[in-house]
Design a protein around this ligand. Structure first.
Ligand code: PEP
Ligand code: MG
Length: 576
């Protein structure tokens, strides 16, 4: 039956597909005892599920031909025999009727009994038949759990898969996306996690915090993942499917309309020009950034190179990646961020320290780079060499205090001297910037500005550290909110301080690409937004509808808000 599971939108879009569960155990069954009056209906359900399993086996046999059929038919015969085994069936009926077991729990109990019998056999062949028991029982349990009609199953067979999991690691997501994954429904996680960032960059719809997903969705259920409404519809109706088709048509039209903005300037309604930069890592992101008229790359996360690599990428490997980025942007400025490993980003080479009690507050970002000067210098040399091919600026993550920036500058100076001695071409002096994502850096930004050529506000981490709320923990949704007054005041302070010092300030956290926050950021004086390439046209479109002067006048009122609800309310009333 149709049911709707609410969650949080982590990556926009809609997808229709079959559920593929990643469940810690296949035998999650309801163990509460049955009431007497439920026995008959539950027995009926059990026998329907047994019939479905038999029918599935017959269908499977019909699809097989030739040598494969001969080989597999043997297993199908064994499974069919088991499904008709009188002892098994009587045992199941007794468990439900007399023991008041629910059908799923009865199947599990019978499975355990049979498995014990097979396991006790001396003959290894017979012993291995335990697997058949498992497979048969599994088939019945999933038929039991699946309240799916045959029509729906036929439709489901023609569509791709939607992953239903507790969480998904970024690497797994990248792999599955390459293999036709249509979307992700996660029962935990947050829109600010790195997996969510990756889903957005892959244009893969994703919901997080869908609490009951694993308990109520079953393998092969037809799912309509609707990230626009932040919900997953299980067993969608014809009406839902019509909505999905309407969304597809609209998305196509909207896509065409937005595409016409690719070469337009980014300008508010009253004529203020805004710079839109891209957060780009892959060649596809870079191509998309160009195609959508980005003014440059505002954030290139170099750690992705390390995360994909089995060991440490060599200087040449890094140089080639950075050079291709620079060449790919065809003369537009690119911002290469030095390694930000640590916390939830652990590399295979083992640079990121393991076993830290509090990794988010541990040796991550520039702290880690400075701990391994040889590794860091390899990266610096690669950046310097790549910078001969076009304009590059260097951004340093997790800066807490000025001496870190001074140390990085010194390492750049030393690397330049070495490269010069080796007669390798060197670029002009590179601009060195600080990520503002640690509260101390934001509060003490004026001292940092004495050493930084530019700033980039990383609101994903800044919010996490200001609010003491893990950016990946959905239980903290009500606290981890980009409109928290403390965060807004810090963002405003950093922007104003940068402007006073005459140094550029951009913002490259996820809110930079979220049109919900565009007006608020313009109001606080932000003139440089960096976001995933897929968001560029949406944000340009939003900016074109806004009046800059009117918004700037709202800044004092925004900064006076006492709660995020007040700020939300204020923003919802913006008409300019
Ligand atoms: C941020 O913290 O806002 C940011 C852009 O960096 P990352 O998401 O890579 O930690
Ligand atoms: Mg960060």
């Amino acid at each position: 039956m149709r049911h709707v599971l609410p969650g949080s939108n982590a990556s926009r879009g809609m997808a229709l597909g079959r559920a593929r569960l990643v469940q810690p155990s296949r035998y999650l069954v309801d163990t509460r005892p049955l009431a007497e009056e439920e026995v008959d209906t539950e027995l009926e359900k059990l026998h329907r599920a047994l019939d479905t399993a038999r029918q599935e086996l017959r269908e499977l046999r019909g699809k097989l031909h030739g040598a494969l059929a001969r080989e597999v038919n043997e297993f199908i015969d064994a499974h069919s025999l088991l499904l008709d085994d009188q002892e098994l069936l009587r045992g199941l009926d007794d468990l439900v009727r007399v023991g008041h077991y629910r059908p799923g729990a009865a199947l599990k109990k019978q499975r355990d009994r049979l498995a014990a019998v097979f396991e006790a056999m001396d003959d290894p062949y017979l012993r291995s038949r335990k697997e058949d028991v498992d497979q048969v029982i599994n088939r019945v349990i999933s038929a039991l759990q699946r309240q799916t009609s045959r029509e729906e199953r036929k439709l489901a067979a023609r569509v791709g898969e939607i992953l239903i999991a507790d969480t998904i690691a970024p690497a797994d997501m990248a792999h599955l996306a390459g293999n036709g994954l249509l979307g992700v429904v996660a029962s935990s996680g947050s829109p600010y996690s790195h997996s969510a960032i990756l889903a957005r960059s892959l244009d893969l719809p994703m919901l997080v915090g869908v609490r009951d997903a694993l308990a109520t969705i079953h393998d092969d259920d037809l799912i309509l993942l609707d990230a626009e409404r932040a919900e997953a519809v299980v067993h969608p109706t014809a009406q839902d499917l019509a909505r999905y088709r309407a969304w597809q048509r609209e998305a196509q039209l909207e896509g065409r309309r937005l595409a016409s903005l690719a070469n337009a300037p980014t300008r508010t309604r009253d004529g203020t020009d805004i710079r839109l930069l891209a957060n780009a890592e892959t060649p596809t992101d870079i191509a998309m950034a160009r195609a959508r008229g980005a003014d440059g790359v505002g954030l290139y996360r170099t750690e992705f190179l390390f995360l994909r690599h089995k060991g440490l990428p060599s200087e040449d490997e890094q140089f080639i990646a950075y050079r291709d980025l620079v060449l790919g942007m065809g003369g537009l400025p690119v911002t290469i961020r030095t390694l930000d490993l640590g916390a939830d980003k652990a590399d295979a080479a083992g640079l990121a320290l393991r076993g830290e009690e509090n990794p988010a507050l541990g040796v991550r970002g520039v702290r880690l780079s400075l701990r391994y000067p040889a590794v860091f210098t390899t990266q610096i040399r690669a950046i310097l060499r790549a910078a001969c091919y076009g304009p590059v600026r260097v951004l340093v993550p997790m800066i807490t205090q000025p001496d870190e920036l001074i140390a990085v500058r010194t390492l750049f100076k030393l690397a330049r001297q070495d490269l010069k001695r080796e007669n390798i071409d060197l670029p002009e002096k590179l601009q060195l910037g600080a990520m503002i994502e640690v509260p101390a850096a934001a509060i003490n930004v004026r001292s940092l500005l004495e050493h930084a050529d530019f700033l980039a506000i990383g609101t994903n981490d800044l919010a996490q550290y200001v609010l003491a709320s893990d950016r990946g923990n959905d239980a903290l949704d009500n606290i981890y909110n980009p409109l928290q007054p403390a965060l807004l005041r810090l963002i405003s302070y950093v922007i104003t301080s940068g402007r006073r010092a005459g140094k550029p300030v951009s913002l490259c956290g996820e809110i930079g690409g979220d049109t919900k926050f565009t007006a608020m950021l313009l109001a606080l004086g932000l003139c440089e937004f960096s976001m995933h390439s897929s968001q560029l046209l949406h944000v340009r479109d939003r900016i074109a509808a806004l009046n800059h002067k009117g918004l700037r006048r709202l800044a004092p009122a925004i900064l006076r808000c006492r709660t995020h609800e007040e700020a939300e309310d204020l923003l919802s009333r913006i008409t300019c």
